[in-house]
Design a protein around this ligand. Structure first.
Ligand code: ZN
Length: 297
């Protein structure tokens, strides 16, 4: 194929793949600034893929570092339809916590990515929003363990004492849909191979209004629980909808867990659903199946 023709074909395919942008883009805010993960590398990645939906226009709000004055961090959440957290760090000021609670309670959408569920172990409303969290001293006081019991085909809430949050060595694993009619996962393969990632297990939290959309099996030989652990979840907080992905480790110059098309697409769909309650995005042809992982830049 001649280069010019190839460009024309690519342009055409690109236009076809872009959802209608007749409606004004919805304003979204990514919060970052502290994380035990490569937030400087992943925020531009998350921003790029939110904007690639054609649905969002994305700003970023960055906190001071962990020695900085957190009272200076006061994003105007209410200017936005959606807040995405790529943050795991020092507590926000009381004023900012209250503003964020009001934002979600009044119908604002929230998406929690990977270690954002490690943050704020002592902020009750935040833990209600994320449903489940890990580390930061979380224990049976934080709420039950939640996992999928395959035989009974249902979610189990387990109040057994113990730590909240664990993972073994990173590896590729299958993600399995448990709520196939939910808009975020409807039409996706019901089982797909996720790129090398940390498989979070033993998360615990209030787990109120929690829907487990998809799980991954955490095998004993990878220091796991031998249970099907929640990977993709939704909750509600007041009028607000929350999408929580436990996937998406990044560090040491690697972020293949977030380059996984399964991560990207569920993140994009989860963001749209959190704002509108619906998903208009088509399933892309490079979505992974069970045979091999599928990565993008
Ligand atoms: Zn991680």
């Amino acid at each position: 194929m001649k280069t010019s023709l190839r460009i024309a074909v690519l342009l055409c395919a690109c236009l076809l793949a872009t959802p209608s942008t007749h409606a004004a883009a919805m304003k979204a805010l990514i919060v970052d600034g502290q994380n035990n993960h490569d937030w400087k590398g992943t925020t531009p990645h998350l921003k790029k893929y939110l904007e690639a939906t054609g649905l969002f226009e994305v700003d970023v709000a960055t906190t001071p570092d962990n020695k900085g004055d957190m009272s200076a961090f006061k994003p105007e959440f209410k200017k936005y339809k959606l807040v995405v957290s790529n943050y795991n760090g020092a507590d926000w000021s009381k004023e900012t916590q209250v503003a964020f609670e009001e934002f979600v309670r009044n119908g604002g959408a929230f998406v929690s990515v990977h270690a954002a569920n490690n943050s704020f172990p002592n902020w009750p409303a935040y833990n209600q929003m994320i449903g489940l969290g890990g580390w930061g001293g979380r224990s049976e006081k934080s709420g039950p363990y939640v996992y999928w019991e395959e035989k009974a085909a249902k979610v189990i809430k387990d109040i057994a004492p113990g730590r909240g949050g664990s993972h073994g060595p990173q590896h590729e694993f299958f993600v399995e849909t448990r709520e196939p009619s939910h808009p975020i996962v409807a039409g996706l393969p019901v089982k797909w191979l996720h790129a090398k990632d940390e498989l979070y297990d033993r998360l615990r939290g209030p787990a109120e209004n929690l829907t487990v959309l998809a799980t991954a099996f955490a095998p004993k030989e990878k220091s796991g629980t031998d249970r099907h652990e929640p990977m993709l979840m939704t909750t509600t907080f007041g009028k607000g909808r929350v999408f929580h992905t436990a996937l998406g480790h990044a560090g040491g110059g690697k972020r293949e867990a977030q380059q996984c098309v399964g991560f990207i697409v569920t993140f994009q769909r989860g963001a749209e659903w959190a704002v509108t309650g619906k998903v208009t995005q088509k399933v892309p042809t490079d979505f992974p199946g069970t045979d091999k992982v599928s990565l993008r830049e």
